[in-house]
Design a protein around this ligand. Structure first.
Ligand SMILES: [Zn+2]
Ligand SMILES: [Zn+2]
Length: 262
C-alpha cells in the first residue's frame, strides 16, 4: 500500500495570508501546507480521500495518474472544494462516473455544490460522480478493504477510515478532522502499521484534537508509526519534530508530498 500526503494544512492553509505567522520558518518548504487530503494506492486501486482547494496542483506535484474511488470524509469547504478537478480522471476512464462515498451531510454538500456532476456526465469531458453513503466495510476492486467509523467534529461528523490490504496484511488508519477518537475507532485502528491523525495546534480547539491529544491517541491505539496532519501555522516543522522525537518517538509530522510505502 502506498500513501501520499497531498496536503496537511488546516482549513486556511499555512502560512496564513495577511498575517505574520510568528514562529514559523518560511524558508522551510515543510512549513508550506496546502489543505489536507491523502491519496492511497491499495492493491493497485487509486483512492482519493478528500479534494482540497489545491487538488489540481497537488495532483500535478505528486504525479497522480488515476482516481478510481473517491471518499469524502465530511463536507467542509477545505475537503470538498477541489472535487470539480476530478473531471480529467473521468475523461481518462471513458467518461464513467467516479464512485464517491461519504456521510449523510457530505452527500448533501456535494449535491448542493456540484448538482451538474451527479450521475452521467452532462457531455463528454465533464465530471460525473456516483454518490453513495459510506458503508462500515467497503470492498474495493482488486481486493482492498476500507472500514469506516464516525468521529465527532462539531456539527459535521467525519468519517474515520482504516484501509486494509490483504496481499500485504498492512493497515493504515486515517483520522482527520476530529475532536476525539471514540473507543470503537481506537479498536478499529489498534496495532495499525500507520496512523495519520488530526493534530491542529498546541492549544484547545472546540472541534479538533490538539497535538498532545493526537499523541495520546497514537499511544492508545498502539500504532507502529503516526504522523500528525491538519496543522496550523503555530506548528513549526523542525521545532515540533525535535520535540516529538524526545517525547513520542513513533510520532512525527506530515508534510506536503510525504510518501509512505507499507
Ligand atoms: Zn478540515
Ligand atoms: Zn472539518
Amino acid at each position: 500500500m502506498e500513501i501520499i500526503v497531498m496536503g496537511c494544512g488546516t482549513s486556511q492553509g499555512v502560512p496564513l495570508i495577511a498575517h505574520d505567522n510568528p514562529g514559523l520558518d518560511l524558508n522551510n518548504p515543510r512549513n508550506w501546507r496546502t489543505r489536507t487530503s491523502v491519496h492511497v494506492v491499495i492493491e493497485g486501486h487509486h483512492v482519493q480521500v478528500d479534494a482540497a482547494p489545491e487538488f489540481r496542483l497537488q495532483c500535478l506535484k505528486n504525479n497522480i495518474p488515476d482516481v478510481n474511488t473517491f471518499i469524502l470524509t465530511h463536507g467542509h469547504a477545505d475537503h470538498v472544494l477541489g472535487m470539480d478537478d476530478l473531471r480529467q480522471f473521468c475523461t481518462n476512464n471513458d467518461g464513467s462516473a467516479i464512485p464517491v462515498y461519504t456521510t449523510e451531510t457530505g452527500k448533501k454538500r456535494v449535491e448542493a455544490i456540484y448538482p451538474y456532476a451527479i450521475g452521467e456526465a452532462a457531455s463528454p469531458g465533464y465530471i460525473a460522480l456516483d454518490l453513495f453513503l459510506m458503508p462500515q466495510e467497503l470492498h474495493l476492486p482488486g481486493g482492498g478493504i476500507v472500514r469506516s467509523v464516525m468521529l465527532p467534529h462539531g456539527h459535521e461528523p467525519t468519517l474515520g477510515l482504516v484501509f486494509e490490504e490483504p496481499s500485504t496484511g498492512k493497515r493504515f488508519a486515517y483520522y482527520t478532522d476530529c475532536k476525539t477518537v471514540p473507543k470503537a475507532a481506537i479498536e478499529l485502528a489498534r496495532h495499525c502499521d500507520l496512523a495519520i491523525l488530526d493534530g491542529l495546534r498546541p492549544n484547545f480547539h472546540p472541534t479538533h484534537m490538539t497535538i498532545g491529544k493526537a499523541c495520546e491517541v497514537s499511544v492508545e491505539m498502539e500504532a507502529r508509526q503516526t504522523y500528525i496532519t491538519h496543522m496550523t501555522y503555530q506548528i513549526d516543522y523542525d521545532t515540533y519534530t525535535q520535540k516529538l522525537a524526545v517525547e513520542y518517538p513513533n510520532v512525527g509530522l506530515c508534510y506536503d508530498g510525504l510518501q509512505v510505502v507499507l
